[in-house]
Design a protein around this ligand. Sequence first.
Ligand SMILES: [Zn+2]
Length: 638
Amino acid sequence: MQDAPSYLRDGRAALNAAKAARAAFIALPDAADYTQVVVAFDRIRAPTDPARGWAGLLQHTHPDAALRDAARTLEQEIAAFETELSLDRTVYDRLSRLDPGLAPTREEGRLVERALREFRRSGVDKDDATRARITALADELVVLGQTFETNVISDTRSITIPEGARGLAGLPEDYVAAHAPDEHGAVTVTTDPSDYIAFMTYAERGDLREALWRQNATRGVPKNIELLKQILERRAELAGLVGYANYAELSLDEKMVGGAAEARAFVERIAELARPRAMAEIAELVALKRETVGSADVIRDFERFFWVERAKAERFGFDSQAVRPYLAYASVRDGVLATSQVVFGLEFRRDDAAERWHPSVECFDVYDRGTKVARFWLDMHARPNKYKHAAMFPLCSGIAGERLAEAALVCNFPEPKGDDPGLLLHQQLTTFFHEFGHLMHHLLGGRTRFLAYSGIATEMDFVEVPSQLYEEWAWNTGVLQRFARHHVTGEPIPAELVQQIREAEEYGKALHVVVQMFYAGLALEYHTRDPRSLDLCATMIEQKQKFTPFPYEQGTHFYASFGHLVGYAAAYYTYMWSLVIAKDLFGAFGDDLGASAIAARYRRHVLEPGGSKDARELVKDFLGRDYAYAAWQRWLES
Ligand SMILES: [Zn+2]
């Protein structure tokens, strides 16, 4: 792959191409027809869209530190250009001169209308001094957000267990093997998800779980506390300059939800619906803990996953480790790919010649009835300095007849090595389907006429619908038995085991819902209250007590590593909002999760249009009615 200087040079060439496209747009004669103006406006960002996509990916995945830095620099420069563009009055004026009555199609009229609203929301009609201040704030926010995220990623903490492997009692064998004692006989466990989640779930020693949990809940401290204050202050100022009461109002304006008050009402409604069940779940966990350890009246954060796992074993005879031998990485990857080819009517062909940023990365071309339509990359295993979570990174937004959509999946799944086949947890399989749902949305939605509508360019609170819907495939016996085979015996996963996973894995779901509403409520409050008098920690404690049964643990600062505050701002509710819709859409599929008329309808009406229509309309086109809460409620209560 390229070195940092040549990478940066290419990125800046893309930036210059976008600037040239902007100049060409402004220079269009008044006599230019409507479509010509719309296309020229839409394509201003065409060169920077892939440059920004790749910068987002490479700063989180490239093994070379100089290249990661170059990617961050390029992202800042492109973001600065986009801010400048959003405040460019000559561009705004040229677009405003279009006569709305002349729009040849509804799609074009909608594009112009939305762009003009977006310009006004950005502050294009403010005076020069205000626009200069908006620009400065926006540029600063990019850097502050990047720094906040980098602080979280680079702040891996750990605990050292002097008694060695004895401290790992309860953990699976391969985990113990992967944590060999040092020369003093001590074992180290880190807050990286690959270490952390299993430790919180299985480690028998509560004191060690508490110690590791505390390390995790203080990541980003102290640097990010100050940074978060600055981010919230700048966002609030920005919102005020463009006429909004607060940043929550500004950022939720064009979402499905409609505004901050509506988002808050949604969070309250969901919490209300989940509360009785969550209370019953916590009572069950407390009772189990009491039976086991003698006395207990509360479950604390570092105990939650451990007792949930115990309760599953008790109630369902379920051991999440029992599924792993059926989920060797290579067969899971082949299975998810094969399933997706059938469901979405596509063909994937691996391209081993493609230049990759790391040797473990794989590249696939996507074919639709023999024609190449998109490309994707899989970067699936953990390594130092790599993004720690799972995500789909859009790399290029496709345009019909002009260029192909492209995206990458980044995960941290166990890697096959020598005799170790890299066994996944079922949860990780669910994550794989989730991210692949995003991928299909971006790639299949990448053949729109306009860049503005390409791929996942839909309302942000609709984006988690295709991903959460596709998670359902991870629970289906027919789907799983096609690829989940025991890595030694070759026997397909037993139907009873799949049934057990379904029952067990969702155990504690109402607690999950109320914790999600805590995060959603917190994100809304942080972006609503006046940041000058905002107490970050006190607000977190207040929201935690309001929504969850878990007591606050003194001295911890979860918000300092709450990365979603950067990318999602006030919109964390998005996940649950999307889940309500996903559950309703899933009802239409019935038991048929292979190639079906319904799958084809879903592809055509929900994925392929990208953002060409309001999400509410896409749902209506597919369901034949507005979406409803009933399916979600049935799921919660089942
Ligand atoms: Zn997602």
